[in-house]
Design a protein. Structure first.
Length: 290
């Protein structure tokens, strides 16, 4: 897996990338503007982009999302376009400070639903007819419900779904989590609201769902979180645009937080040994307005 992810990073680093801070201040546009949307009613998909039910012995809930980040964004013309061979428009900063290549969480662009994640001059987007969007998600923050001794509580969970994450100290609510090292996909930290309780853990390797409906023709590296979504009608960039194009990436949060149950009651109860299994988002539906 490390060899495959490493190859992906080498290919990506050889390209030119544009972040949301890279646009020329003197450029008045038009722009490609990218935003996120969270939808608990969107279809719940598996790694192949097919409808998925909750496995026996597991339970899940639809979290109340507040923030998200990504470290890679690409427009792909067809289902046969290999990862990194489309129009790559964003790649977040990485570091080897933790010993291996990792996403630098201190430099991550973290946004709320509906806020601008990327704003890229359309003159920097290659002309083409694009059928798919690929975005590598890296960080999620949301509220979940947990149970302890028969009482339900609310808390905030920070979920790191990027392939590898270099973290100094991060915070959940008023709680600090000093890491100063790398954490692989599946690291999480949790804090209760209004109560002095916080903890962290690691989901199993390879357990994070990453929907890719074109896996048969254009696979993604193991351990990455490159979610793929298909436009209902192709996004055409002809180079003559005079108005902004607003691209909304609707992410399925439909029972996206999943755990292994000890007591079969549909309640997440870590104090009795119930453990996080999957924090992957469950699908991507991209839409645009010209």
């Amino acid at each position: 897996m490390k060899r495959i992810v490493g190859l992906f990073l080498i290919l990506v680093s050889a390209l030119s990338f544009f972040s949301c801070e890279d646009e020329d201040d003197s450029d008045n546009g038009p722009y490609l503007i990218v935003k996120f949307q969270f939808d608990p009613n969107q279809a719940r998909l598996n790694n192949l982009g097919q409808p998925a039910t909750i496995p026996s012995g597991h339970a899940a809930q639809s979290p109340d999302f507040s923030k998200i980040s990504a470290h890679y964004f690409e427009l792909a013309p067809t289902a046969y376009t290999q990862l990194t061979e489309g129009t790559v428009l964003y790649h977040a900063e990485e570091t080897v400070q933790g010993g291996s290549v990792a996403i630098d969480f201190s430099k991550a662009v973290i946004v709320e639903e509906g806020s601008v994640f990327l704003k890229i001059p359309l003159r920097q987007v290659a002309q083409g007819n694009y059928e798919y969007v690929r975005i590598s998600l890296s960080y999620q923050e949301y509220d979940i419900s947990i149970r302890n001794n028969g009482v339900d509580y609310q808390g905030t969970l920070a979920s790191f779904v990027g392939y590898n994450n270099y973290i100094t100290t991060h915070f959940v609510e008023n709680n600090s989590f000093p890491i100063n090292g790398n954490r692989l996909q599946g690291y999480w930290a949790f804090a209760l609201h209004d109560f002095p309780y916080a903890t962290s853990g690691q989901a199993p390797a390879g357990a994070t769902t990453v929907p890719n409906p074109i896996a048969a023709t254009s696979p993604i590296p193991a351990g990455s979180c490159v979610v793929t979504g298909k436009f209902s009608q192709n996004l055409v960039i002809n180079g003559n645009e005079t108005r902004d194009i607003e691209l909304t990436l609707s992410l399925s949060t439909n029972h996206s937080f999943e755990w292994q149950e000890v007591t079969v009651d549909g309640k997440f109860e870590p104090s009795i040994g119930e453990s996080v299994v999957d924090m992957g988002l469950r699908g991507l539906l991209p839409t645009f307005v010209k």
